[in-house]
Write a protein that binds this ligand. Structure first.
Ligand code: SF4
Length: 231
């Protein structure tokens, strides 16, 4: 992994400044971004592509996404000529439900583990720098998020996780997206504020935080941002 510059206060950098610093420091082929194609991810990707146009964009293809998300993913992959990596679970939805039943109802943690966390762990293995669109404002579980965190994944590999929009609020995200002409997922127009798999995503009640409509309020994280060990 490229060595970070101890003289640079990375937390104090702007999102664009941080992207530029890491893109310059990272070795070729060592950077990826995970994306669920929500607006935060598109903004982070928009910034990153200015420096690394071929950056792998990892999408967790659980088989349970809204058709609108898949259509938007495919549209943006074509329009932006993305290096899209669909991270697949070992079993198809049919095989999975045939073996375990509808786990997203009876055991969503096990479902997320099989269809999100494990495919992500496999996909991250070649990389040293993992960009995300996470923000502190999104939920109480993300309030302490740092722009750069050291993580150890279960294989023992160490990575830097970069959340360039950690200190951005939703207004700033949408302002950037509108200014840059980034098309948005139409599900936002229907009241969704955090969009994941269809069976586990609802429109949150008025005044609740953005991720409160996920998993019927039973949990706030699928595990892809908690499986690794923060160091
Ligand atoms: S979000 Fe729901 S459907 Fe998607 S992997 Fe997790 S439990 Fe399964």
């Amino acid at each position: 992994m490229s060595v970070m510059d101890a003289a640079v206060d990375y937390e104090a950098l702007t999102a664009e400044g941080l992207v530029a610093q890491i893109a310059q420091a990272a070795e070729k082929g060592s950077v990826c971004l995970t994306s669920s194609f929500q607006t935060e991810d598109m903004v982070a990707l928009h910034m990153l592509r200015k420096h690394l146009p071929d950056v792998p964009v990892i999408f967790l293809e659980t088989g349970y996404h809204f058709p609108e998300v898949i259509a938007y993913r495919d549209r943006m992959a074509e329009e932006w000529n993305l290096n899209l990596v669909n991270a697949m679970p070992e079993l198809t939805v049919k095989e999975f439900e045939g073996k375990f039943g509808i786990l997203n109802i009876v055991d969503p943690t096990a479902c997320c583990k099989a269809r999100k966390v494990e495919p992500l762990m496999r996909s991250l293995e070649p990389f040293d720098w993992w960009f995300t669109g996470l923000r502190r404002e999104q939920s109480p579980t993300r309030a302490g998020l740092k722009k750069i965190e050291d993580h150890k994944v279960p294989s023992g590999k160490h990575m830097k996780k970069i959340s360039v929009l950690a200190d951005w609020d939703w207004a700033r995200v949408t302002e950037y997206a509108e200014r840059e002409g980034i098309p948005h997922l139409e599900l936002y127009d229907r009241g969704y504020t955090s969009i994941g798999c269809e069976p586990c995503t609802a429109i949150p009640a008025a005044g609740e935080d953005a991720r409160s409509g996920r998993w019927g309020g039973k949990k706030l994280e699928c595990g892809i941002h908690t499986f690794s060990e923060k160091e």
